[in-house]
Design a protein around this ligand. Structure first.
Ligand SMILES: Nc1ncnc2c1ncn2[C@@H]1O[C@H](COP(=O)(O)OP(=O)(O)O)[C@@H](O)[C@H]1O
Ligand SMILES: [Mg+2]
Length: 522
């Protein structure tokens, strides 16, 4: 199973680039470290994305921690999803022990305990961290449909509901806004608007509404609303110049995998909107670690996969590197996998026939080498990996059996007290700590639907359908911007809506523009 004798020379030359690089670890030959053959990845190649894969307990999370630490040291901000809470220790210095010292010395790592500048976030305030929320409107129909596990017909119906709300100027800030709009559309008052939309059946709208209610009942209300997290806050440096490592603490929402994986995608999509084109820089503006990535790809529709692929492809030129972290490379859709230039493959198991198949597939994704990867991948020790990255010239480096460096920060969760102290001192806390509930679609429609049917019917007919698109079912009266007595006019007139529009960066009366993900532009 050993590599040929010249592997040492090949690796030395293949990883000898000058310029700043992350030091991943040291080459192993026949299980022995070769200290002068270090395995590294150039900072400038991190926007060519990557994959960290391996069975549970093989060292993926520590690899991520090692990379995050060095990125921070090099002034690059990092975002990581901390699914199990075991990354939270990155703010605290690690503690030496004999085993650790033996490991680090054997691979030529000059180890000393060190904590890093960290910002802790939590989804909707569930858990220890500054709360992160998104408005429904910016989350968009595609991601929401994924969370709700809607089928294709329901997904396109939900898109029509958003289309209606966007063009009618009904601000969808939280879940109750969206429920209110659907309730309106299936009510007698909304009949004309529903017809105007074409393609949205009352029955399907009713199904979506029920899904939404179940979703809210499961406690999802807190994840949506204002203040919305501004992903620019991920791109920060500490006063000493080190990149801030943002840990999204997810242990409390582990039981909602569809929710948090979709939220991570929302963050990426939002970053994508906001960042200017940057081309290939010396170092990325942000490296984004997408842990438990299989959740994103599981049961994903073709359209959804296409959108992930496109976002990953395009975000590269915005100087954001995305690393997917998952058990097997085959968890990641092929088109996305093809774009991941940097690979750290930890050990894989081969207990079952399915495992064996996955192992074969994983081995086949590596460039040619003298290793018998199918065998070696099952024999790697903990904290070892098969690595190939992109050299400073963008060519794949030689495949190298590597023992990874050890994190210098704590390899265990930080204490709740330590996290709380950091959260309380965070400049983000005053900004996002308190939820706000502005007047939006729910309040407007509640008022409308509460009025006597005859009055409501007249109001809806006079303005409610004005902004809807598609085949015109009936002659329109006033256009939306006319501010007639209808719902659209009222909402457009409301101060909440005006401030919503300012924050949405849209022009009055114009439909909100939605990007590849159906997420809205701020
Ligand atoms: N690079 C490393 N240096 C030192 N110890 C490591 C390293 N990688 C893994 N380990 C050890 O293995 C354990 C499991 O690693 P972890 O990264 O949590 O695995 P995974 O995320 O793949 O489930 C860690 O708690 C640590 O004790
Ligand atoms: Mg892990």
């Amino acid at each position: 199973m050993a590599a040929s004798a010249d592997i040492v020379e090949t690796v030395k030359q293949g990883y000898a680039f000058t310029g700043p690089a992350l030091e991943l670890g040291c080459l192993l030959v026949d299980d022995k470290p070769v200290v002068d053959a270090q395995v590294r990845v150039p900072l400038g190649m991190l926007n060519r994305h990557g994959l960290v894969a391996g069975a549970t307990g093989t060292g993926k999370t520590k690899t991520l921690q090692v990379m995050a630490e060095q990125l921070s040291t090099n002034g690059v901000p990092v975002f990581m999803a901390d699914i199990k809470g075991d990354l939270s220790g990155v703010s605290q210095p690690g503690v030496a022990n004999d085993k650790l010292t033996a490991r680090t010395q054997s691979i030529g790592q000059n180890w000393e305990g060190q904590g890093f500048p960290v910002e802790y976030l939590s989804l909707g305030g569930q858990g220890n961290g500054v709360p992160v929320r998104a408005t429904i409107t910016s989350f968009g129909p595609t991601l929401l449909a994924k969370v709700l596990d809607l089928n294709e017909t329901q997904t396109s119906s939900l898109a029509l509901v958003f289309h209606f709300a966007d063009s009618a100027g009904l601000a969808l800030l939280d879940l109750k806004d969206l429920r209110a709009v659907i309730q309106y559309l299936i009510s007698d008052e909304g009949q004309q608007d529903l017809t105007g939309l074409g393609g949205l059946s009352k029955a399907t709208a009713g199904v979506i509404l029920r899904e939404l209610i179940a979703f809210s009942d499961a406690g999802a209300e807190v994840f949506f609303g204002e203040p919305e997290f501004n992903t620019k806050d991920l791109l920060r440096n500490a006063p000493d110049g080190r990149g801030i490592i943002t840990c999204l603490e997810l242990p409390s929402v582990q039981d909602k995998p569809a929710l948090f994986s979709t939220f991570l995608l929302w963050m990426l999509a939002d970053l994508f909107h906001d960042l200017p084109e940057a081309g290939d820089l010396d170092k990325p503006k942000l490296v984004f670690f997408f842990d438990e990535a299989h959740l994103l790809f599981k049961d994903a529709s073709k359209a959804f996969l296409d959108q992930i692929t496109q976002t990953v492809r395009l975000i590269r030129s915005k100087a954001v590197g995305v690393f997917f972290v998952t058990q097997n490379p085959k968890d990641v859709n092929d088109d996305v996998l093809a774009q991941l230039g940097n690979r750290v493959q930890h050990a894989l198991r081969a207990y079952t026939p399915d495992d064996a198949k996955a192992l074969k597939a994983a081995a086949s994704t590596f460039p040619n080498s003298s290793y018998d990867l199918e065998e070696l991948l099952t024999q790697l020790g903990i904290g070892e990996a098969i690595i190939t990255v992109l050299s400073d010239r963008g060519a794949p480096t030689p495949v190298a059996w590597t023992r990874l460096r050890a994190p210098q920060s704590l390899m265990a969760p930080a204490t709740d007290e330590a996290i709380t102290a950091i959260v309380n001192a965070s400049p983000l806390k005053p900004e996002y700590g308190q939820e706000i509930d502005r007047e939006s679609a729910y309040e407007r429609l509640q008022a409308k639907l509460a009025t006597p049917p005859s009055a409501a019917g007249r109001a809806a007919a006079s303005g409610g359908g004005a902004a809807s698109r598609g085949p015109a079912p009936a002659p329109r009266q006033a256009p939306a911007a006319d501010q007639g007595p209808g719902i659209v006019g009222e909402v457009v007139h409301s101060s909440a809506f005006k401030s919503f529009l300012r924050s949405a960066g849209t022009v009055l009366g114009r439909e909100i523009t939605r990007s590849i993900f159906g997420t809205a532009k701020r």
